[in-house]
Write a protein that binds this ligand. Structure first.
Ligand code: URA
Length: 241
């Protein structure tokens, strides 16, 4: 049922896992290799280059999962044997704009465009104003500085890529900015690695026509707005502090 979050908390070997169930706008990447890569990114001992490469690989998995939901059309081609063979095409592959939120999403998008090769790309520089801290109701002020993206038309799929979907403050600020500047996509898709229920709920309330693709949903935010258990600061871990 839309807008209803049925949350089940599972205690698994001392590890709290939160699952957002029953909202068909939330889609999970379930491939075991994606989960294994994510586990290595969570590991504090994973070094910068390995971390960045891991995000690239997860971008590939997330893009595959997104494309799984694109409509297909049946077509027929003629093979070198002069015989006709039935197959499909995916028209929406050429109707994608991926907006990367600097800087942690850079490796993620590097992976995504290996799969969605016809994607046009946009860039937004958005940062939490950490000096002000997180408000009591868990919002951050977001400073949006550089915004550059191609025209987003009514037949485009807009994908906003950001590995960490913590409070929803950044994603909503970015989406608001795109809309303010004329974006009118057919579909709004968020591509995340780790999400929280809070962020998912907020974004779906702000943009009910959107879908969220994520690998895992973590249960908590700490007082600084980091996802727990999370993987730390994705930008710092991929590019250095
Ligand atoms: N951004 C990050 O990089 N990590 C978090 O846990 C939350 C936001």
């Amino acid at each position: 049922m839309r807008n209803s979050f049925n949350t089940r908390n599972l205690i698994n070997q001392g590890c709290f896992v939160s699952v957002v169930l029953s909202d068909n706008r939330v889609k999970f990447v379930t491939h075991p290799l994606a989960k294994a890569i994510l586990t290595s990114l969570r590991d504090r001992n994973t070094k910068q280059i390995e971390f960045r490469r891991g995000l690239v690989r997860l971008g590939i998995f997330i893009a595959y999962r997104i494309v799984e939901d694109f409509p297909t059309e049946e077509i027929t081609v003629e093979t070198p044997l002069g015989v006709r063979a039935k197959g499909i095409r995916i028209p929406d592959l050429d109707r994608v704009v991926i907006v990367q939120v600097l800087r942690a999403s850079m490796p993620l998008v590097e992976g995504m465009i290996k799969i969605i090769q016809g994607a046009r790309q946009g860039v937004v520089s958005a940062r939490r104003v950490e000096e002000l801290g997180m408000s009591e109701d868990k919002w951050f002020n977001i400073e949006v500085k550089y915004v550059k993206f191609p025209k987003i038309n009514s037949d485009d799929n807009l994908i906003i890529a950001d590995p960490m979907f913590a409070t929803g403050s950044t994603a909503i600020a970015v989406m608001n900015e795109l809309v303010k500047r004329g974006a009118k996509p057919k579909r709004i898709i968020l591509a995340n690695v780790i999400s929280t229920e809070l962020a998912i709920k907020r974004f779906l309330e702000a943009y009910p026509n959107s879908q969220i693709y994520t690998i895992e949903v973590d249960p908590e935010l700490n007082e600084k707005g980091y996802i727990v258990p999370g993987l730390g600061d994705a930008g710092d871990r991929a590019f250095g502090e």
